[in-house]
Design a protein around this ligand. Structure first.
Ligand SMILES: [Fe+2]
Length: 346
């Protein structure tokens, strides 16, 4: 099914008649209907002639929605919880309810539909804009934002929602690339990282190589991150992307990879809950302390818990061939396929 943009626009043009008694707009994407009230988001769909409804806390939903939008649907699956989520099919996005929940699935009460990515992005942006109240930042740690996610609709927080994801072309600080976070008013050192040295490395390049050698203090850069669970891209080498991030509280989604993803714990500690990608059945708990390295295979979903703000380096392989290679079983889920042609993998 290809989404019709008029679905969203019609709702907006009907304003304010489509607002409910809590003041929030209702959104429809195909057979999915989304609404929110003072505390909850409700997702409705139809299966086997029945109307089904799933309820989530509005702050949990908004934090997940914020990542899905900022990450452009990311790699693979972004589970908002055990029932609802999105699957990136690259140019198209699948919305699902219950499809990867064994009870809904077994009873045929699940529903999924594919839409053009641009349609879902527009709808999700409109939803975020309307459902995020003034004073609430879905990117912030709970201790660093207000409680205005609850209650009747009041205002907007567009400055928080419209942050651009910091994604370099090669490396931050290079001429023409994203700047280092040196503006201390825009990027103050986070309260958890006040002891992180802020000095930058001294680069002594051989004559003639001054413009080819670059380095920066990654710990200082991360200490000035104002968001949580939102990787920025800090080095690009072909398909190899280093995506460091700072984490606090709970990863708002259960991300399920369509490729292998590496974690390097740079500071403090994160506990990972690892589940089967299709069923959510528990597979492992991984406790990562500073210096630990782990590879998440391509058939799991994972959610992290960070008691205090920590630094994590996520290493992604952006090779666009990978999802199909894993889907077709050419690559087993625990084998990275970097730099190998499909035919060379046994
Ligand atoms: Fe992930």
């Amino acid at each position: 099914m290809v989404g019709d943009l008029s679905d969203v626009r019609a709702m907006e043009q009907d304003f304010p008649s489509t607002r409910n008694e809590s003041g929030y707009q209702r959104f429809r994407l195909g057979d999915f209907v989304f609404s929110r009230d003072e505390y909850f988001v409700h997702i409705e769909w139809r299966a086997q002639g029945k109307k089904l409804s799933h309820t989530m806390s509005a702050d949990v939903f908004l934090r997940a929605l914020m990542r899905d939008v900022a990450w452009n649907f990311f790699y693979g699956w972004v589970n908002f919880d055990d029932v609802f989520g999105t699957r990136n099919r690259y140019d198209r996005v699948e919305l699902y309810a219950g499809r990867y929940h064994p009870v809904y699935k077994e009873q045929g009460l699940d529903h999924s539909a594919c839409f053009d990515s641009s349609f879902v992005m527009q709808a999700f942006r409109s939803m975020l804009d309307d459902w995020t109240n003034v004073g609430y930042d879905p990117f912030a740690a709970p201790a660093e934002t207000g409680l205005t996610w609850q209650g009747k609709k009041q205002g907007h927080n567009r400055a928080a929602l419209n942050r651009a994801r910091e994604s370099c072309r090669r490396m931050p600080g290079l001429p023409g690339d994203v700047p280092l976070r040196t503006d201390r008013n825009r990027y103050p050192i986070n309260r958890a990282f006040l002891d992180v040295p802020q000095d930058e490395p001294v680069i002594e390049a051989e004559p003639g190589f001054e413009h080819e050698v670059h380095a920066f203090n990654l710990f200082a850069y991360l200490s000035r991150s104002d968001v949580t669970w939102n990787p920025s891209v800090t080095s690009v080498c072909k398909h190899s992307l280093f995506c460091p991030t700072t984490e606090e509280y709970i990863l708002p989604v259960k991300h399920a990879n369509d490729r292998i993803e590496w974690f390097l714990q740079l500071s403090d500690q994160i506990e990972w809950r690892i589940e089967d990608r299709a069923t959510g059945r528990p597979r492992a708990s991984v406790v990562m302390r500073a210096g630990d390295v782990a590879a998440m295979p391509a058939d799991i979903r994972h959610q992290g818990f960070s008691r205090r703000r920590s630094m994590l380096l996520v290493w992604e392989n952006a090779d666009p061939r990978l999802p199909q290679l894993y889907e077709d079983g050419i690559l087993p889920p625990s084998l990275a396929g970097e730099f190998q042609e499909p035919g060379s993998v046994k």
